[in-house]
Design a binder for this molecule. Structure first.
Ligand code: HEC
Ligand code: HEC
Length: 355
């Protein structure tokens, strides 16, 4: 005989199934909404207390370009007064953050650089992970640099940025200002063992594209994602009192010159990938790799001050793949060294190196 309850049980189990399904879906949706609204950080949820499994699964999606474990962190600023040279360290940080006020076109100490601050490119006074920080400065200088073919100490390296990134003149290496900046960098790197480059130091390496970086596409990226702050003409915006920029210039006479690090496409793409538009970080980049390369191509195609770099790279075979000025030790054109595609250049160098 047939069980008379069978149809009811079937309907009941169907209903239960439906209920479970709907609940799970709503949970997922809610979690997604929370996740998007908090920009993917979920601080209170990440601690993992009494979290539904579904939410936990969503929280674990990580969109950063580099895992955050083991990232370098600057020493605790609140403990700086414990240092015997605390005054110098503090003045050094002040100069990095507000360079123009002291050493810019109307600088109150000296007038030797353009209106930019070191911090415009070395974010949070050189402490931001993958924000072009100074994590590896104390531990790796002095070192021989292929660009100059010489051993460079920290003051020499700082002056490279004065003469190129700040399109200015070198600072006297015995000045109070230079001593202070060096003291600050040594303090920042005090916990890094000599010779080591901690994780998150310097600039992110964006993977090479299969094509050349494209200034035409980059112009579109610029209009959509950069122009609101850096302005259509790329000249940025000054503070009302003209002591510094609110939004620094990206090209033109007040910007970095063509001998500067950012003039190399890989440095520029890497810097913006994890830091721009303002608010982006390595944990939450806002540009795709293609956008980063293309906007680099656009900005580095615009006019900017020129530097006599005829004495750079005494050994031309040591020029970086993306150094845009010949002569080169390979057959690739200046154009390809500037915009790419870089993979064939890299492959050709590897063949030479393996011989
Ligand atoms: C326009 C952007 C820009 C400005 C402004 C700038 N720099 Fe730099 N700086 C760079 C870039 C790019 C690098 C190279 C980073 C790399 O290749 O990884 C660099 C490298 C350095 C380094 C070497 C870091 C290392 O780990 O080897 C030091 C030190 C430095 N800068 C100090 C300064 C100081 C001090 C100032 C201000 C006086 C300054 N910079 C201003 C862009 C800038
Ligand atoms: C919301 C405003 C904002 C947007 C949008 C923005 N930036 Fe910036 N950018 C800044 C500020 C502010 C600084 C200086 C940071 C500091 O001093 O702490 C900066 C610094 C820079 C620098 C280094 C300094 C210089 O002038 O050379 C570069 C390069 C840069 N931005 C490129 C870009 C690019 C490319 C985009 C678009 C993909 C972009 N920025 C979008 C605000 C912005």
């Amino acid at each position: 005989m047939k069980n008379i309850f069978e149809p009811f049980i079937k309907i009941l189990s169907l209903l239960v199934g439906l209920l479970v399904g709907v609940t799970a879906l709503t949970g997922l949706l809610l979690a997604l909404v929370v996740f998007l609204f908090t920009g993917g950080t979920l601080p209170e949820l990440q601690s993992g207390k009494e979290m539904p499994a579904v939410v936990q699964a969503v929280a674990e999606v990580y969109r950063g370009v580099v895992p955050k474990e083991g990232m370098w962190k600057a020493p605790d600023w609140s403990k700086v007064d414990e240092e015997p040279n605390a005054d110098a360290i503090k003045y050094g940080r002040e100069l990095i953050a507000n360079t123009s006020e002291y050493l810019g076109p109307n600088g109150k100490v000296k007038k030797l650089s353009n209106g930019m601050n070191c911090q415009n490119c070395h974010l949070n006074a050189g402490t931001a992970p993958l924000g072009n920080n100074y994590a590896a400065v104390a531990s790796t200088y002095p070192k021989v640099r292929a660009r100059s073919g010489q051993s460079e100490d920290i003051p020499k390296r700082i002056n490279d940025c004065f003469e190129r990134s700040l399109n200015g003149k070198a600072l006297d290496v015995n000045s109070k200002e230079m001593i202070a900046m060096v003291a600050y960098m040594e303090w920042l790197g005090k916990d890094v063992p000599k010779g080591e480059t901690p994780k998150g130091a310097g600039i992110y390496e964006v993977p090479f594209l299969d094509r050349a970086a494209d200034p035409v596409r980059g112009k579109v990226v610029y209009a959509q994602q950069c122009q609101s702050c850096h302005m259509e003409d790329g000249q940025g915006m000054m503070k009302p009192d003209k002591t510094a920029y609110v939004y620094p210039p990206l090209w033109g006479e007040h910007s970095y010159n063509d001998g500067a690090g950012l003039f190399r496409m890989s440095r520029f793409a890497g810097y913006v990938k994890t830091n721009m538009p303002l608010g982006a970080t390595f944990e939450r980049p806002l540009l795709s790799d293609e956008e980063a390369w293309d906007v680099a191509a656009y900005i580095n195609s615009m006019e900017r001050p020129k530097k006599d770099i005829s004495k750079d790279w005494p050994d031309i075979s040591k020029k970086p793949i993306d150094h845009p000025f010949g002569p080169f030790s390979d057959e690739f054109s200046e154009e390809q060294h500037k915009f790419g595609p870089f993979k064939p250049i890299k492959a050709a160098r590897e063949v030479i190196a393996s011989k």
